[in-house]
Design a protein around this ligand. Structure first.
Ligand code: 13P
Ligand code: SF4
Length: 330
């Protein structure tokens, strides 16, 4: 995995934990003592979601990271998310429970190759999905997330030429929704590319009333079948507001914890992958555990650092995203 460089890594906490400790209590105590906040993505394991101060999708997490007055941000998510928090709040200490929690999508777009790609389209604006390295963000004009990508593209003049990266599936979805001709980088997420159209079709035959909810990182063949397409927050809100009782969920399985908590009478079925493994668990997201979260808060490591010149360049496209999102009411 090469999402991040050694230069970004300051230490890695790994020590024995007294098994009699109540980790929930210990984490609460440490949080108060150190004025820390825990931000967690919906793909984190249930215990982490339950102890977090804020749970959200990538946009919500960036908005929280930009406005928190805590001294320490513990980011229970993956490396690019913690990096984004550091870029938005450079004076704060940002911790990631497992420094190896990377992202296959971010890895699918090495910055030196993207630089060359970009050089082929000098009159194009660069929009990058937040699931990429800080270096890639520093080469971009606007960052986006799955909840605002369509709105951001639509906010630009119709004749604006655009490169969209790194996710080709989200890019194709945005191109279709906006009617724009986007130049796409050929990247993808290992979790969202694994769903099987055939198995979902069979599942729908057994559950004829079930609605299929899909993340736009899924392939077009899955999106074509979906009753709703949206970010993790969008998927959660749709399931809570909709009167149907059964849902097939085509995104990482961690989101099902909140769906079940918010909707006790409803059934959520993880969309089946095209093989027999538990592939709709993101192996990167699931590297974080409650134990690692406790150790990282106790020892204040592993800490994320981003070179100053990258912060200065990357903060502009992220802030632009936050401004456009606010103007769109997101
Ligand atoms: P959202 O939470 O923005 O929907 O993103 C999904 C994802 O894959 C994050 O890694
Ligand atoms: Fe990256 Fe996919 Fe995991 Fe999200 S689910 S963190 S895009 S590998």
């Amino acid at each position: 995995m090469d999402t991040f460089e050694e230069i970004n890594v300051k230490g890695f906490a790994d020590e024995f934990i007294d098994p009699t400790l109540d980790l929930f209590d210990e984490i609460e105590k440490l949080k108060k003592e150190k004025n820390a906040v825990i931000l967690a993505h919906y793909y984190q394991e249930p215990d982490i979601q339950d102890i977090a101060d804020y749970i959200g999708d990538s946009l919500g997490l960036s908005q929280q990271a930009a406005k928190t007055d805590a001294d320490i941000i513990v980011f229970a998510g993956v490396h690019f998310m913690a990096e984004t928090a550091k870029i938005l709040s450079p004076s704060k200490k940002v911790l990631l429970p497992d420094i190896k929690a990377g992202c296959s999508l971010a890895d699918s777009c090495p910055p030196h190759l993207f630089r060359k790609f970009k050089e082929q389209y000098p009159d194009h604006m660069v929009i990058t999905y937040v699931n990429c390295t800080a270096e890639l963000k520093a080469m971009s004009d606007i960052v986006c997330t799955s909840s605002n990508a369509v709105g951001i593209v639509e906010s630009l003049p119709k004749d604006q030429k655009i490169i969209f990266g790194p996710d080709k599936n989200l890019g194709a979805y945005v191109a279709k929704k906006t009617g724009r001709d986007l130049v796409l980088w050929n990247g993808a997420c290992m979790v969202h590319e694994i769903f099987s159209r055939e198995k979902i079709t069979k599942l729908k035959e057994r559950h004829p009333g079930a609605k299929l909810l899909a993340h736009p990182e899924c392939e077009e063949a899955i999106l074509q079948m979906a009753d709703y397409i949206g970010s993790t927050t969008g998927i959660l809100n749709y399931a809570s507001k909709n009167e149907d009782k059964e849902f097939i969920v085509a995104t990482e399985s961690g989101i099902i914890h909140q769906m079940e908590k918010e909707n006790p009478g409803k059934t959520f079925i993880p969309a089946p992958p095209n093989n027999n493994c538990a592939c709709n668990d993101c192996p990167h997201m699931k590297r974080n555990t409650l134990e690692k979260l406790y150790l990282c808060l106790k020892n204040e490591m592993p800490e994320i650092s981003v070179p100053q010149d990258i912060i200065e360049k990357a903060v502009k496209p992220i802030e632009r995203m936050l401004e456009i999102s606010a103007s769109l009411g997101l």
